[in-house]
Design a protein around this ligand. Structure first.
Ligand SMILES: Nc1nc2c(ncn2[C@@H]2O[C@H](COP(=O)(O)OP(=O)(O)OP(=O)(O)O)[C@@H](O)[C@H]2O)c(=O)[nH]1
Length: 301
C-alpha cells in the first residue's frame, strides 16, 4: 500500500481551539505538552496516523502577539512554516466569526496559499445555531477560496474524523517522516531543544552568528519520575565552539541551568539535562537536518 506523509499547519487566533483539535487528532500524549504552553514554541505539535498516512502538524507560534525579538523571529518562522506545509488549515471560532484577528490572517493568507491547499475549519459549532454557521461559512468562503470547509467541534469530536481523513488524502505520496516509536515524544523533544536554543540565543546575542542548532538526541524516562535529556548543540565552525562553551565552560553551564529550570517547570518534574557542543560543517546543506529542525536557517534565530 502506498504511504503518504506531509505537513499540516494549523493557524488561527489564540483560543481558536488548535490544541483541542490536535489532541483529538493525535492522541492523549500531546495534551501534556500543549496545555501548559502559552506561546507554543515547538514547530511540531504532533503526528497523527490515518490509514497509511502520517500527518505531521506544525504550529505557528506567537503568530499574533510577537513581544520580544525572539518572538518576532519566530513569527517569521511560523509563516514560513505555514508556507512549507502541504496543507494549511485556518481555524475560526463559530461564535466569534470574522474578528479583526481573522481579518488580518485572511489578508496574509494569499501569500502562503500559493501552491498549497488551504482549508477552513469552523470550530465550536456547538456554540451557535445552524443559520449563523452557514452565514459564517458563506462569508469566509467569499473572502477566500478554501479548498474545503469543515464544521467541527474539537471539544466534542464532531467532524474531526472526517477532517483527519481528508487531510491524509491531501498529503503527497512518500515514506513516513518519523519513525513510529518516536512519534509520542517528538513534540517534547522539539520543545526541549527549542528551550535550549532560546537560552543560547539570549545569552550569546550578537556574539555568535546565526549558525547553531539544537537537537534532542535522547529522552530517557527514569523510574524516580525524572527524565534524562541529552542534547547536542551544533555549531558550523570550530571557532564557534569556544564561544558556546565560554570561559571554563561557564556559558554552556549557565545555558544548561536556565534551560533545565525552564524544562523542569514546564514538565513539572526533575530533568537531568546534558548538553554537548559539536561542530557540524555545512550542516545547512544537509537537507535532512533542515526539515528535521523545521526551521529555515535565516529565520531560526
Ligand atoms: N464550546 C467549545 N469550546 C471549545 C471547542 N474547542 C475548544 N474549545 C475551548 O476553547 C478554549 C481554547 O482551546 P485551545 O485548544 O486551548 O485553543 P488554542 O487555539 O490551542 O489556543 P492557543 O494555545 O492560545 O493558541 C478551551 O477552553 C477549549 O476547551 C469546541 O469545539 N467547543
Amino acid at each position: 500500500m502506498t504511504t503518504r506523509a506531509g505537513f499540516v499547519a494549523l493557524i488561527g487566533e489564540p483560543n481558536a481551539g488548535k490544541s483541542t483539535l490536535l489532541n483529538r487528532m493525535v492522541g492523549a500524549k500531546v495534551s501534556i505538552v500543549t496545555h501548559k504552553v502559552q506561546t507554543t514554541r515547538a514547530r511540531i505539535r504532533g503526528v497523527a496516523l490515518e490509514g497509511e498516512a502520517q500527518i505531521v502538524f506544525v504550529d505557528t507560534p506567537g503568530l499574533f502577539r510577537p513581544r520580544r525579538r525572539l518572538d518576532r523571529a519566530m513569527v517569521a518562522a511560523a509563516w514560513s512554516g505555514a508556507a512549507d506545509a502541504d496543507v494549511v488549515v485556518l481555524m475560526v471560532e463559530a461564535h466569534r466569526g470574522v474578528t479583526e484577528g481573522v481579518e488580518r490572517i485572511l489578508e496574509t493568507l494569499p501569500e502562503v496559499a500559493t501552491g498549497r491547499t488551504v482549508a477552513l475549519a469552523i470550530n465550536k459549532i456547538d456554540r451557535v445555531e445552524a443559520p449563523v454557521l452557514l452565514g459564517l461559512s458563506r462569508d469566509l468562503n467569499e473572502r477566500f477560496e478554501f479548498a474545503q470547509t469543515f464544521m467541527i467541534s474539537a471539544e466534542r469530536g464532531h467532524g474531526v474524523d472526517v477532517m483527519r481523513r481528508w487531510l491524509a488524502g491531501q498529503l503527497p505520496e512518500g515514506p513516513w517522516l518519523y519513525p513510529e516509536d518516536q512519534i509520542a515524544d517528538l513534540p517534547m523533544r522539539m520543545i526541549a531543544a527549542e528551550m535550549t536554543r532560546e537560552k543560547l540565543t539570549l545569552r550569546l546575542h550578537q556574539e555568535i552568528p546565526y549558525q547553531l542548532t539544537v537537537e534532542t538526541e535522547a529522552w530517557e524516562e527514569r523510574k524516580d519520575g525524572s527524565a534524562r535529556v541529552d542534547q547536542i548543540v551544533y555549531v558550523s565552525r570550530d571557532g564557534h565552539k569556544g564561544i558556546v562553551l565560554g570561559n571554563k565552560g561557564e556559558t554552556i553551564k549557565a545555558v544548561s541551568k536556565a534551560a533545565r529550570e525552564e524544562l523542569e517547570e514546564f514538565m513539572g518534574r526533575r530533568i537531568h539535562l546534558f548538553l554537548q557542543v559539536k561542530v557540524r560543517e555545512n550542516w545547512l546543506d544537509e537537507a535532512e537536518r533542515y526539515s528535521e529542525m523545521g526551521l529555515n536557517f535565516k529565520d531560526g534565530n
